[in-house]
Design a protein around this ligand. Structure first.
Ligand code: IPE
Ligand code: IPE
Ligand code: MG
Length: 228
């Protein structure tokens, strides 16, 4: 089927899971898995932009991931820093607008400034809106929205809530949300894949889009595909 004929998700969210196991299966350190995961992420971003996905939100580091061994946390933060430093130009050229969501105050200064620079450089992007969640907790975002009086679902600037997710994909075989976009996924189609994140390919993504296009989304109504 030709990609352009498919009904694509307006907002795709992805839990990029399985880097550690990918490395362990190869007898390597988990940080090697994260490196391979970053490469996969760049390919997925490029493919989604090419395919015409308007909004892509990626879960890169949860607020609970601070519990991991310090060496792994530090390897991840260093990887994020070099990723944002090197990606700003390429994303801007591709018309991709980057924003990082989550709590910034606990991130190291070099990472914060790499994020700020990449966000500024890509601010004019109109092809795709890319959000990367770092030190992100959905429960915390919902609490903040309540505290600030912002109605959850209000997507105006400064609101911690995002537009509704159409398709939520998780690689790595686990069937859970791990505190990601709980509010926004109210009517999301869920797709859990056994493939480990570094092994994701454009073909797997295309299959996911085709799967999404076949789903009958009813939002509480009756199906528009059959008559009463
Ligand atoms: C996802 O891969 C990346 C992060 C959570 C930062 P994992 O590191 O969770 O990989 P597994 O689940 O242990 O294989
Ligand atoms: C969720 O994966 C967070 C990211 C992918 C960034 P985890 O590997 O941390 O989730 P759990 O611990 O299996 O629920
Ligand atoms: Mg995991």
């Amino acid at each position: 089927m030709k990609q352009s004929t498919l009904h694509l998700p307006d907002h795709l969210a992805v839990i990029m899971d399985g880097n550690g196991r990918w490395a362990e299966q190869r007898g390597q350190r988990r940080s090697i898995g994260h490196l391979a995961g970053a490469r996969a992420m760049r390919e997925v971003v490029a493919h989604c932009a090419r395919a015409g996905i308007p909004q892509l939100t990626l879960y890169a580091f949860s607020s609970d991931n601070w519990r991991r061994p310090p060496a792994e946390v530090s390897a991840l933060l260093t990887l994020f820093t070099s990723h944002f430093r090197s990606q700003g130009v390429a994303l801007a050229r591709a018309g991709i607008k980057l924003t990082v969501i989550g709590r910034r105050s606990r991130l190291p200064m070099p990472l914060r400034s790499a994020i700020r620079d990449a966000e500024a450089r890509t601010a004019q992007g109109r092809v795709m809106q890319l959000r990367v969640a770092i030190d992100y907790s959905s429960r915390e975002a919902i609490r903040r929205a309540e505290g600030s009086g912002t109605s959850p679902g209000d997507t105006s600037d400064g609101s911690p809530m995002l537009p509704p997710v159409d398709l939520l994909m998780r690689t790595g075989g686990e069937r859970r949300l791990s505190d990601f976009l709980l509010w926004e996924c109210a009517y999301a189609e869920l797709l859990f894949l056994d493939v480990l994140w570094p092994d994701i390919t454009p073909a797997i993504l295309d299959d996911a889009f085709a799967d999404f296009a076949r789903r009958d989304r009813r939002f509480g109504n009756v199906s528009q595909r059959v008559s009463a």
